[in-house]
Design a protein around this ligand. Structure first.
Ligand code: PLP
Length: 384
């Protein structure tokens, strides 16, 4: 057989998939807290816009960087809700947030370049870097540093191959949110080392008490690219629409790359995204309220059961400390939990080696399932 690229060989397998595959093999029902997907459907006006677009013949190619009306609406949204100005030409519509991240890394990284990524962090960050033969280097987010990046730790990771730092707020899997002063410090760190700062803000609409801040607000030198998504905000995961903002000098090349990567994003899905932005936002508020109530219920129960955890300030995940509970690697313990208690969780090491002993539970699950799942985790702990 002809040879596969090094990027493919070096790409790790998803640790969440391992749990998913094991859960599918069981015949009994499983409580699923492992997947980060809203259980909601998109609001009716979003579905209607998609249906109408098919009926009206929006089935042809559209511009590489997205439908002009959508790019216009996105530049207005970014100014109003994210607080930084972008021209429509700086907004590139992508096939979900994940393709926005791939586009950004393709623009800013060559083979062998290093990108600093959070550990623990969403597994796709490292996967995308590997795919383009760049080298992901984890920076620690742990109890010792308050689960926030520390500049001295970042400084120690800089080499002459470092080209980018990726920042994710609100964080998947931690549920933490970074404040304005930290984000400004991170942009200045990128200035000092002449790096791209890639900001993943796919959960920008899902913060609880904390304010969501975009690091692009502090960008003076044109080094911040920001990835967003419709998936979580509007429960549109399967429609696959996201977007990337880039500095003006990179805009033309970013649009050009879309030709090679996807040609253009599915036109009816883009029209559905336009309806989502322009239409009523009540549904977004209701979903955010649901996640907040689930968070509060989960926090009370975890506290009652004496299970240490981080109180999430955004996204829809709880990061639970199982170091006193799990005997052995958390990935193996999660498989035992599944077999013995029929609860699927995402083991912390699926997000990097810094997740050893921890697990991520999804607040997007049915509330009854979430609470029952937590009780069963505690039962497993007590049965030892
Ligand atoms: N970034 C983070 C941190 C995520 O958790 C996800 C999805 O889980 C994404 C980006 C991308 O989502 P999508 O490609 O569905 O827009």
């Amino acid at each position: 057989m002809a040879t596969l690229t090094a990027g493919v060989a070096q790409m790790p397998r998803s640790g969440i998939r391992r749990i998913m595959d094991a859960a599918w093999q069981l015949s009994e029902p499983v409580i699923g807290l492992h997947v980060g997907e809203p259980s909601f459907a998109p609001a009716p006006h979003i579905i209607e816009a998609a249906q109408r677009s098919y009926a009206e013949g929006a089935t042809h190619y559209v511009p590489n960087a997205g439908i002009p009306e959508l790019r216009e609406a996105l530049s207005e949204k970014i100014l109003a809700r994210n607080g930084f100005p972008v021209e429509p030409r700086q907004v590139i519509v992508s096939a979900g947030g994940v393709q926005a991240l791939h586009l950004a890394m393709s623009l800013g990284l060559s083979a062998g370049d290093e990108v600093l990524i959070p550990d623990p962090g969403w597994p796709n960050f490292a996967m995308i870097a590997r795919l383009i033969q760049a080298v992901p280097i984890g920076y620690p987010l742990n109890a010792e540093n308050g689960f926030q990046p520390r500049i001295d730790e970042l400084e120690s990771l800089i080499t002459d191959r470092t080209r980018m730092i990726l920042v994710n707020t609100p964080s998947n899997p931690l549920g933490t949110v970074m404040d304005a002063s930290l984000l400004e410090t991170l942009v200045r760190f990128a200035d000092r080392h002449d790096l791209w700062l890639l900001s993943d803000e796919c959960y920008d609409a899902l913060t609880f008490e904390a304010e969501h801040v975009s690091p692009a607000r502090f960008d003076r030198e044109g080094r911040v690219m920001t990835a967003f998504s419709f998936s979580k905000t509007y429960a549109m995961t399967g429609l696959r629409v996201g977007y990337l903002t880039v500095p003006i000098p990179a805009a033309r090349d970013a649009a050009k790359l879309q030709e090679a990567l996807v040609s253009c994003v599915n036109a009816p899905a883009q029209l559905a995204a336009l309806a989502a932005l322009r239409g009523p936002q009540e549904h977004v508020r209701q979903m955010a309220a649901f996640y907040r109530d689930s968070r509060d219920a989960a926090m009370s129960l975890l506290t009652e059961l004496r299970m240490p955890h981080i109180v999430p300030e955004g996204a829809f995940y709880v990061w639970v400390d199982l170091r006193q509970t799990a005997d052995g690697p958390i990935a193996d313990w999660a498989l035992r939990l599944l077999a013995e208690q029929r609860v699927a969780i995402a083991p912390g090491t699926a997000f990097g080696s810094g997740g050893e002993g921890w697990a991520r539970l999804s607040l997007a699950a049915d509330r009854g399932d979430l609470l029952e799942g937590i009780r069963r985790i505690a039962d497993m702990k007590n049965a030892r």
